[in-house]
Design a protein around this ligand. Structure first.
Ligand code: URA
Length: 239
């Protein structure tokens, strides 16, 4: 194994990422001589620092280093879960410039017409763990169906159904709500259009779909479509 690469950063980039400010605001702080690195005033924007070792203070307060950023977004319909798209708005474009940076991406995709919880991060290892089919992270969706669901559907979902294209799903949980057109569905993988294809395999159709949770983390009810918030590290440990 090679020696891990050190995460050396430019001072202005570090301040911008850690304080959630723009690069020009970070430069302004440095210009005002209110930024210190290990007690010495940092004068150069491109001064290189080692965030794991160097102590950076801004206006007398230590800037604590968070290596990664974790975002919970309530994706609205009409927005795509990719880093770039020629035509449609992407989930990343809903974030302010101060947060957006190279390496940030949505971990797992929702269809353009699906709403709900999208997890956006620059932590490739965690994203891989969530996405890897080996780890079976539960994802729960609310769906409105064209026809009412029944107990045969519950059993079919439980049994691990075959969907079009010959894919066989892992057992999934279907809970019928008061109005049987509305259901909760928990799946443990994320095949392309999986829920829509599962409904289709039961001669039904998804009219509306929203992801409510990933692992143990529930989408905040307070987040309107298009809104987002940073997640706490302790929430991430639960995912
Ligand atoms: N299943 C679907 O069919 N679409 C989604 O966006 C997510 C799960």
């Amino acid at each position: 194994m090679g020696v891990p690469k050190k995460d050396i950063q430019r001072l202005d980039k570090f301040l911008s990422a850690q304080l959630g400010i723009t690069r020009s605001e970070a430069k302004e702080l440095i210009k005002r001589r209110v930024v210190t690195v290990n007690g010495v005033v940092g004068k150069l924007f491109d001064m290189k620092i080692d965030p794991e070792k160097d102590v950076v203070c801004s206006e007398g307060k230590e800037v604590t280093y968070r290596k990664h950023i974790y975002i919970m977004m309530n994706k609205p319909q009409g927005v795509v879960c990719s880093t770039r798209d020629g035509e449609s708005q992407t989930v990343l474009e809903l974030l302010p410039d101060s947060i957006r940076h190279d390496g940030l991406f949505p971990a797992g995709r929702l269809d353009k017409d699906t709403e709900g919880f999208v997890f956006i991060t620059d932590d490739g290892v965690l994203a891989h763990n969530i996405l890897s089919p080996k780890h079976h992270v539960d994802k729960t969706y609310f769906a409105r169906l064209e026809k009412p669901a029944d107990e045969d559907d519950v059993k079919a979902f439980e049994s691990g159904m075959e969907i079009d294209g010959g894919d066989v799903c892992l057992p999934a949980k279907l809970t019928i709500l008061d109005d049987a057109h509305e259901v909760l569905i928990t799946i443990r993988e994320g095949m392309y259009h999986q829920i829509k294809r599962m409904a289709q395999a039961r001669n039904n159709k998804v009219l509306y779909l929203k992801r409510l949770s990933i692992g143990n983390i529930k989408l905040d009810e307070g987040l309107a479509p298009g809104e987002w918030r940073e997640m706490l590290h302790k929430e991430i440990e639960n995912i």
